[in-house]
Every structure is written in structure tokens, then in C-alpha cells.
Ligand binder design. Sequence first.
Ligand SMILES: Cc1ncc(COP(=O)(O)O)c(C=O)c1O
Length: 525
Amino acid sequence: MTAVNTAGWRPEMGPAQHPDHEDAPRPTNSGDRALMLEEALIFELGRFGSTGVDIDDAEFEPMGALAGFLRKAAPALPGLTEPETVRHYTRLSRQNYAIDLGPFPLGSCTMKHNPRLNEKVARMAGFADIHPLQPVQTVQGGLKVINELAHWLITLTGMHGVAMTPKAGAHGELCGVLCIKAAITARGEDRTVMLVPESAHGTNPATAAFAGFAIENIPATAEGRVDLEALKARLGPDVAGVMITNPNTCGLFERDMKAISDAVHAAGGYVYCDGANFNAIVGKVRPGDLGVDAMHINLHKTFSTPHGGGGPGSGPVVLSKALCPYGPIPFTELFEDGHLTLVDEETGGARQPHSFGRMAAFHGQMGMFTRALTYMLSHGADGLRQVAEDAVLNANYVLRSLDGELDAPFGASGPCMHEALFSDDNLPEGFSTLDIAKGLIDEGFHPMTVYFPLVVHGAMLIEPTETESKAGLDRFISSLRSLARRAKAGDTSLKSAPHFAPRRRLDETQAARKPVLAWRGDSAA
Ligand SMILES: Cc1ncc(COP(=O)(O)O)c(C=O)c1O
């Protein structure tokens, strides 16, 4: 099959026919392509000193202590009319790819559909307008949501308690590692080393280092799993614990997890599990049964809340009985008469005397809590189990459908979990993972995660998630197959893809070494 894209160009037409080629016919000189509109920076569009809003000249009285900070001159902000402003941002938004436009097969990121029911509930005034400083008796409904969600998280993971305040997965990791640190300090010990497998997500070693631990690698087996014997050999009185992602970043379940936990506990350490991939096992496996002491759950991955481009996320951390006393405040407490309260520094003195402190000013991300609980209640326990089964089924469908087209380094290790991992091993000389990823853009798909995990050369990590239909997966697979075949046929036009995106391929080296991150009037001329 040949790749055909929306602009009607096909590889056999040759590079000269690409709309981007200098000899290709250009309908306009605006840079626009059909109804895909080019957009300049707002600073280039706007006129300094003008504004779209009529404001009467007003006298502002300098206010007390702030007076010394008053501007001496007007800021150089671009002025646009209201329609110009609306168009500017609407045009920019059309250049964004989003989960509501098509699949986002990013491995390790779990970009799945955000059900509209979640959004509807989160927008109910009682939830949307809640304020963290409201008197506790006026937010009983909100606290009930937090408590109910906490109950679901504890039940699904088989753990003892949960810290709801962390704002993202990495923040949750920090919370768990700080609990481990507090527990070790309370024992009067000084364990300084955290063991992290070489396939770990980058946030794991970064978190442990941030908390003051020295990081040591545990090697992977040829199968892509933690080398249990190597781990056991390194355990000792200086080891505070291990951080293990399960399912791991090679898309495989760590079958030795219980044996790992037993060995770590016997050596006096704690087990942190990176639970970012919990969506692959929710309803099937309870990490508490595997001896895990702390695990973060990315609500924005497993429980379908939106990825907010860096926030607002939510990463509650479930804790074992051994670590619960060290968990952060505030947390909700349910009394026998049914009323709820937030346990904080004032009230927590008696109930949580060993808490390491706070992860956040308030109780967490109410908007995410509401959405996640809606997702749980609308699926029920059986539905959540099916989420995991469908996520794994979809990933295996992608993995097996590309047999013989792309190299699957652990394809022989058996079925994968929720992610299908490929390498650039059978691409011909001169073609790389990057070419396949950029080619996908021309095919209308967001690229997969590339060059991660680091243990695999030229890794392509694909997480289709459970929300893609078979028809959607077939389209994606067919595009990938076609790109692999184009590379094998030596189609050099792939080397300069994407051809149909708003921007062409970046010079990766320049972009990394000399990034231009701020607009400066003189450089924009
Ligand atoms: C395995 C794993 N761990 C941790 C994280 C960090 O989570 P967050 O992005 O919510 O901080 C991610 C995010 O991609 C992940 O995939």
C-alpha cells in the first residue's frame, strides 16, 4: 500500500511535487494552505500603543508601599482589535494537535479520551466554584468526593492509606520518597542509596536525587525486566529502597515484583512503585499484594482526567501501613456521625505526629478529583477491569500487526502490557526512528514516544490506550506499515518529513543547543 495524504501527494510523485518544494505551484504568497492559515507572532501582528478596548484615560493613585514599583513607561505590549485577537488565538489553536482531533499514541504518557460526562460533573457549580479557604462545614460535599475517591484508590490498590495532595506523578514520587526518608529517619538509621532500574522513567532517579539519595542502577535482563539477582546482590544496610515502574517502561509486567519486595523488606528497605502505568492492571492486580510501600497514581492517565500540558494534574500516593504514619497533611477524616474534616497542622498534631509535612498548600486538585471519581462510578469495578484488558488488547494488536515490519525487541518475551515497543533495528542504513515519527505527522497522526526507554536503540514506544476503536487502530497501523515500507524502499522524501505540517523538520541540534525561547524585537525584524 502507498501512503496517500490529505494534500494528495504520494511518494512516487517525487519531492518536486511536494507543496513545500521551491518549484511546487504556490496558490498564494501568504503561507496559507487552503483553510490552514499561517499565523505570525502576536508581537508581529500588533501595533504598539494601540488597543482594541476604549478605556478613558484614568488617574491611578500610587498605592502605599507599591508606589516604588510603578512602571516608569508603558509596557511594549502589542495592540490588536477584538476580532484580530480572537482570530489570532483561534488560528493558533488550529495548529494544535489534540486528543479530540485524533489518537495520541505517546508511550508512557497515556493520552486517552476524556469522557464528556466527567466534564459535565466537574462543571457543576458546587464543584467548580468551591474555594479551598471556605469554612469546612460549607464544603462537606467536596470533602465527601475526596474521601470517596480515596476509598476507591485504596480499595483498587490494596493499600492502607492515600495522600491526595500531590499535583502530578512526579510530585507523588517525591511524596512517597519523602515518606520513605521520614520512616528511615524515625528508625534512627542513615540509608543513603536508592536503587533504580536502568529502564526507569527519568522522573524516578530525579526524584530520589532531589530527596537527597544517591542513585544506583539495577541492570535489566535480556527480557527487559529487572535483574532480580543483581538487585539482591546490591541490597544492604545503606539501601533505603527501590523505585520500580510496574508495568515497566518496556511495556512489560515485572513478574518478580513480590520477590523484589520480599528481598528489599528483608534488607530493611522500602519499595516505591511508579504506578503511572496502573491503567494496564487496574482491577486485575493490587500492588499492595505485591509488597509495595508507596505508589503514585496519575489520575490523568488511569482515570481519564485531562493532561493539562503540565498541569493541573493529580498524583495521589497510596501508602502501606508501614509508611502511612509519615504521610503528608492535610487529609480528610470521616467521623462516626458522617461529618468530614480536613486534618491539618493544628488538628494533625495528635493524629499524624510523624507526618513529614505538606506537599501543597491545600487539599489537592478538586477538578481532577471530581472527574476521576465520575470515571470510576460510571465504569464500576468491572468496567475498570475492562479498561485494563482493552488497553492491553489494543497494544498487543498494534505489536502483532507490525510483525515483520518493525523490530520488536521484546516481542519474543510474550504479550506486552499497555504499550508496544519497537526499535529502529530493521530500518535500512540512513533511516531512523525520527523519520518514522516525522512521517507519521504527514499521515495525520501525532508521533509515538521516541528514543525512550533508553535501554532500547531507536525506541518507538506506542500506547494506543483502550479508547481507540479497531478501525482507528487499523488506520494507524496501516500508516506505520506504509512508513516502514517507504524506508525499506529507500524513499528519501521520508528524510525531510513532515511536508504538510505548519512547520518543517526542526534542526534538532540547533533547537537543543541554541533554543530561541523569547521574542526580541530586534531579532524578529
Ligand atoms: C512511568 C512514568 N512515571 C512518572 C511520570 C511522571 O508523571 P507526571 O507527568 O504526572 O509528573 C510519567 C509521566 O509521563 C511516567 O510515564
